[in-house]
Design a protein around this ligand. Structure first.
Ligand SMILES: [Zn+2]
Length: 342
């Protein structure tokens, strides 16, 4: 009688966290996040699961020949150990039983919000009948990282939602209607890191994917990653944020966004940037002019020759709002692919 019953309980067990030493290569939020997409359509649940390559390598080693790419043979040999791990840590239940995933494909895949490739498991969970209540518990990566979370985009009866599980969350979708007085939240159904909005917008500002309601913990990376994948910093006292990024074309770019991650024009803005290696003393950093791009979408400057990530860019910017020049200190450790003409 309740119509759609999509009961989802998402729990994460408390697991003693042994934190692995940090390594470079991927943004830290992507490394401690498992991304899951589930499409619930009788007679099966189809899904995919992305795990950061270095995280997988630290947990269930795949590489045999010491290079950074996985061969088909290496991936083939990893199928058993990886599925054993995933089926132990990510539990999908209905009718009081755990229904294991069946692996259909294991591939190496890129995500737009992270530099490292991901290991992507494509799976199905057979035997699902319509209107069954579903319970999901995730302890993925919680055995490795204290701050592990699982971001799940779930489509059921044409409706999509995003759930985020922190390491201590317990979640039941029947109880998961937004609490009275709670701020509504929306996120990208493609699980873009950092895209959490307070108002429903047409599409994801980062990937153009559909925007859907979000429940559970805070979206991983919210407040850290801008819509282009760069580093997001407040631009006090203005109610806006600046996103800094290094591009593959050798530029430092600075975009302006509001709280809803909508991009603002920077026409007439100006500034300077002192750019150098992350550890360089400030007097060794080269000062360059920041100028607005012809279309007014961002400020930019050329990165001085020989400067490689991780890069520090201390920007002093006048937003022509009468509040004078203000400083924003970017720490940028990734190169972001942008289309050169923009
Ligand atoms: Zn997106």
């Amino acid at each position: 009688m309740q119509g759609v019953i999509d009961r989802i309980v998402l729990t994460s067990a408390l697991v003693a966290a042994c934190v692995l030493p940090a390594e470079g290569g991927n943004n830290p939020v992507a490394r401690v996040t498992a991304f899951v997409k589930l499409d619930v359509k009788p007679p099966a649940i189809k899904g995919s699961l992305w795990l950061d390559r270095n995280t997988v390598e630290g947990r269930t080693p795949i590489d045999k020949n010491g290079d950074t790419d996985y061969t088909d043979g290496e991936l083939y040999l990893a199928r058993g150990p990886l599925m054993a791990y995933v089926n132990r840590q990510f539990l999908v239940m209905w009718d009081g039983k755990i229904h294991p995933m069946v692996l259909e494909d294991l591939v190496y895949d890129k995500r737009r919000d992270a530099e490292n490739p991901f290991v992507k498991l494509v799976f199905s969970i057979p035997g699902y009948a319509a209107d069954k209540e579903i319970v999901i518990a995730s302890m993925l990566l919680a055995d490795m990282w204290k701050s592990a979370s699982t971001m799940i985009s779930l489509t059921m009866q044409e409706r999509s939602q995003v759930f985020v599980l922190g390491s201590k969350d317990y979640f039941d979708s029947r109880l998961a209607r937004p609490e009275k007085g709670a701020q509504a939240r929306f996120a990208c159904a493609e699980n873009c890191l950092g895209v959490e909005l307070k108002t429903r917008s047409e599409k994801c500002p980062r990937c153009g994917g559909p925007i859907v309601p979000v429940a559970g913990a805070r979206v991983p990376g919210a407040g850290y990653y801008g819509i282009h994948g760069g580093s997001l910093m407040p631009f006090i006292p203005a109610p806006l944020k600046l996103e800094g990024l290094l591009t593959q074309t050798g530029e430092l770019r600075v975009y302006a966004t509001n709280d809803a991650l909508e991009q603002l024009k920077v026409e007439g803005w100006s500034g300077t940037a002192r750019i150098g290696a992350e550890q360089a003393p400030q007097n060794m950093m080269e000062q360059v002019e920041l100028a607005a791009s012809p279309d007014g979408s961002h400020l930019r400057a050329e990165i001085p020759k020989g400067v490689r990530p991780p890069v520090r860019a201390i920007c002093t910017i006048d937003a022509k709002d009468g509040k004078g020049r203000r400083m924003v200190d970017f720490h940028l450790d990734e190169v972001i692919e942008v289309s050169p003409e923009r």
